[in-house]
Design a protein around this ligand. Structure first.
Ligand code: KG4
Ligand code: ZN
Length: 338
C-alpha cells in the first residue's frame, strides 16, 4: 500500500511516499527555518503562507522521487493536529483535495504519534508495547505505546516544553533560531558543571516536568552577569543548561521505564536529536538492560515519512476521515477526534 503523506504542522513543508508503513520511497522536506531565523522564532502567518506557496511542488517532488505517478497512490495521510492552526490547514486542505480527486482514503495523523513512528522506520524490528519519551518544540511527554494506535500518557510538562526551553535559553545567549541545535553544538565546548541550575520535581507527580523555572534561572544568570559587566563563557552556560534538561528528562524517564518494567524504550521529537540526551539515555538504558530506540537524526525533526508510517497503522485500525476533516491546534495523543 503506497501512502502519500503530508506534514505542515510548523515550519517544514514536507511530503513523502511510504510503502506498507515501513518502506520510505521518498522523503521531501522544505524547511523554512532560515526565514523564521530573521524573527528569532516561527511567525505563524509567514509559515502558513510559505506552506501554501510550496506544498504543490513538494508533493509533486515526493511522487516523482518515489518513481511513481499519482495513480499508484492508495491513500493520503496528513498531520491534522496539534500544531500551528494556519499551517495545519494548508496540509489538511491539500490532502482533502488529493484524496477526493484520486478517490483514495484520507487518513488524519496526530503529530506526536507520527514522531513516535519515526522509530519504526529507523528500527524495523520495533513493535509496541514500549515506553517513549516524546520531546518536541511544543510537547514533553512520557507515553506508554500500548499498541500502534493506543497511547497512555504517564507524565507531561506542566509549563514549557523541553524544545521551547532550549529555544528560549538560546535566545538569551544570543544564539540563532532554532536554538536547540545551537545549544547542543556550543555545549560540546563548555563545562556542564560551570553553573548550578535548578532541577525541578513536582510533588506527587514523579513523571511530570517543569522547565519554566530552569529557563528563568538561565535568563537571570545571564542578565546578572551582563549587569555586572562581567565577561562570561556562553559555552559553559549552554553546557550547564543542556545538562540540567538532559538530566531531568533522563531521570524521570528512567524512573518510569523501571517502575513500569519496560525492556524497550524509545525517544521521539525534535529534542531527541540532542547529543547529550542521547548519550545519557543510552548509558542508563544499557546499565538497566533496556534496549533504547532512537530515530535517525534526520527523522528527529518534522518530516512526512513518519506521517506515512503512522498513517498506515491508523488506516489498519480503521481511522480514516471524510471531507469534513478539520485541523486542530491542540489535541491529546490519547483520544484523537476527527
Ligand atoms: O519536533 P520538532 O521538530 O517540532 C515540533 O513538533 O515542535 O521539534 C522542534 C524542537 C525545537 O524546539 C528545537 O530547538 C528542538 O526541537 N531541537 C533540539 C535539537 N534539535 C532540535 N533541542 C535540543 N538539541 C537538539 N540537537
Ligand atoms: Zn514535531
Amino acid at each position: 500500500m503506497n501512502i502519500l503523506s503530508i506534514e505542515t504542522s510548523c515550519d517544514e513543508t514536507a511530503a513523502a511516499v511510504v510503502k506498507d508503513g515501513r518502506t520510505v520511497l521518498s522523503d521531501i522536506v522544505y524547511s523554512q527555518a532560515q526565514l523564521h531565523r530573521l524573527y528569532g522564532g516561527v511567525v505563524p502567518e509567514i509559515a502558513s503562507r510559505k506552506h501554501i506557496e510550496h506544498i504543490d511542488e513538494v508533493v509533486n517532488e515526493a511522487v516523482k522521487a518515489a518513481e511513481l505517478t499519482f495513480s499508484d497512490i492508495d491513500a493520503v495521510a496528513v498531520t491534522y493536529a496539534p500544531g500551528l492552526i494556519g499551517a495545519l490547514l494548508v496540509g489538511v486542505g491539500f490532502a482533502k483535495g488529493l484524496s477526493y480527486s484520486l478517490k483514495v482514503p484520507l487518513i488524519p495523523v496526530h503529530h506526536l504519534r507520527s514522531h513516535i513512528a519515526a522509530n519504526y522506520i529507523t528500527s524495523p524490528e520495533l513493535e509496541p508495547p514500549f515506553i517513549c519519551l516524546v520531546v518536541s518544540g511544543g510537547h514533553s511527554h512520557i507515553v506508554e505505546v500500548v499498541d500502534y494506535t493506543n497511547f497512555k500518557i504517564l507524565g507531561r510538562t506542566r509549563d514549557d516544553a523541553a524544545g521551547e526551553a532550549f529555544d528560549k535559553a538560546a535566545r538569551v545567549l544570543g544564539l540563532p533560531y532554532p536554538g536547540g541545535v545551537e545549544i547542543d553544538k556550543l555545549s560540546a565546548k563548555g563545562n556542564p558543571e560551570a553553573v548550578r541550575l535548578p532541577k525541578i520535581d513536582i510533588e506527587g507527580a514523579p513523571y511530570d516536568f517543569s522547565f519554566s523555572g530552569l529557563k528563568t534561572a538561565v535568563i537571570n544568570v545571564v542578565h546578572n552577569l551582563e549587569q555586572k559587566g562581567e565577561t562570561f563563557n556562553k559555552a559553559d552556560i549552554a553546557a550547564s543548561f543542556n545538562k540540567a534538561v538532559s538530566d531531568t528528562l533522563t531521570g524521570k524517564f528512567m524512573q518510569a521505564v523501571e517502575n513500569r518494567g519496560y525492556k524497550k524504550a524509545a525517544i521521539a521529537g525534535g529534542v531527541s536529536a540532542n547529543s547529550m540526551l542521547r548519550k545519557n539515555l543510552q548509558e542508563h538504558c544499557e546499565s538497566l538492560g533496556v534496549k533504547l530506540y532512537m530515530p535517525l537524526m534526520k527523522l528527529c525533526g518534522d518530516n512526512a515519512c513518519m506521517v506515512g508510517c503512522q498513517g498506515f497503522y491508523e488506516y489498519k485500525a480503521g481511522n480514516t476521515a471524510d471531507m469534513s476533516l478539520n485541523g486542530y491546534a491542540t489535541m491529546s495523543i490519547e483520544n484523537v477526534i476527527y
